[in-house]
Design a protein around this ligand. Structure first.
Ligand SMILES: [Zn+2]
Length: 303
């Protein structure tokens, strides 16, 4: 057992702090982060890397969205992940932004994915509305080499679920500009799948989504209550990570934490980047170490 004074031993080197964790000295970049990995008696279970809303496109900036700068920002995140070695990386949607033609959009996807697909050993893709604006789902998934738009997998004793909320209210999948972005839904078939997937699972669960499941405004999934009911019934969900509204947020509904991550595309220059490393420990504590504009957070997943 490490006392809190030992755990917060601080090195004098600017921008770096050292922590003792389970007897091991851990260094964390402190410049951008008000909170850090905190020592306790729990064993680290798994570490993952998260980014969202890259909106990469080879086009002029529009408002606060600096599409071309995403590549440099992604390289910085890649350097961090290289050092922190998460088990896998997830991008929470809107990897690309719209082009005038399918061919140009394919090129945007290829350019950004050449970088993203090289980060670490394993990458996952959540579909965002911008991913399947001009492209179809098949074209996007084919372009990144991912078989399905919604699925689950197990790592380190944790059950991870990737959701796809890119369906119209009538159940049609998004693609080829056939939708209004505010009409985001999880399809009836996907709800059935989610229910049976979680019923057959007994491990702690972490969910990845693009559109938000915790707000009923334009950024929210229309049938979010049905999705939340399934998540709450499982009794195992430690966290839902989401993007789409481009800003930091954290809400707790029905005992589940919904954490919205900041968009990588927002703002110019390296200081306006955002990415995070998430640690899940054996006590089901979630620790988000945020970089640049991404806020750090910590909560106990299950009461
Ligand atoms: Zn976005």
């Amino acid at each position: 057992m490490i006392s809190s004074t030992e755990s917060n031993a601080c090195l004098s080197r600017p921008g770096r702090r050292a922590f003792v964790r389970n007897g091991v000295l851990v260094l964390a970049a402190a410049t951008q982060n008000p909170r850090h990995l905190v020592a306790d008696d729990a064993e680290s279970r798994l570490r993952i890397g998260l980014i969202t809303d890259l909106h990469y496109a080879d086009k002029l900036s529009a408002g606060t969205r600096h599409y071309r700068e995403t590549l440099k920002k992604l390289d910085e995140a890649a350097d961090r992940f290289e050092q922190d070695k998460p088990a896998f990386i997830v991008e929470l949607g809107d990897l690309i932004d719209a082009a005038d033609s399918v061919e140009t959009e394919r090129r945007y996807l290829k350019t950004v994915n050449q970088r993203y697909s090289r980060i670490g050993k394993e990458q996952h893709y959540v579909l965002g509305n911008h991913c399947v604006d001009t492209l179809t789902k098949q074209e996007f998934l084919g372009g990144v080499g991912q078989e399905k738009s919604y699925y689950s997998f197990d790592r380190g004793g944790i059950h991870f679920v990737v959701l796809d909320s890119c369906f119209r209210g009538d159940g049609e999948p998004y693609g080829r500009k056939n939708f209004t972005w505010t009409d985001a839904n999880v399809s009836a078939g996907e709800l059935e799948w989610l229910k049976s997937d979680l019923e057959s699972n007994h491990s702690p669960v972490v969910v990845f989504a693009h559109q938000r499941l915790d707000v009923d405004n334009n950024h929210g999934v229309k049938n979010q209550v049905a999705v939340r009911n399934i998540l709450e019934s499982s009794g195992n969900v430690l966290a839902v990570f989401q993007g789409h509204s481009h800003r930091n947020d954290l809400k707790e509904i029905g005992g589940i934490h919904y954490c919205t991550l900041v968009a990588m595309v927002e703002g110019s220059g390296p200081t306006n980047n955002g990415y995070s490393v998430v640690d899940i420990d054996s006590n089901d504590t979630i620790q988000i170490t945020g970089f640049r504009n991404q806020q750090s957070r910590r909560w106990q997943g299950k009461a």
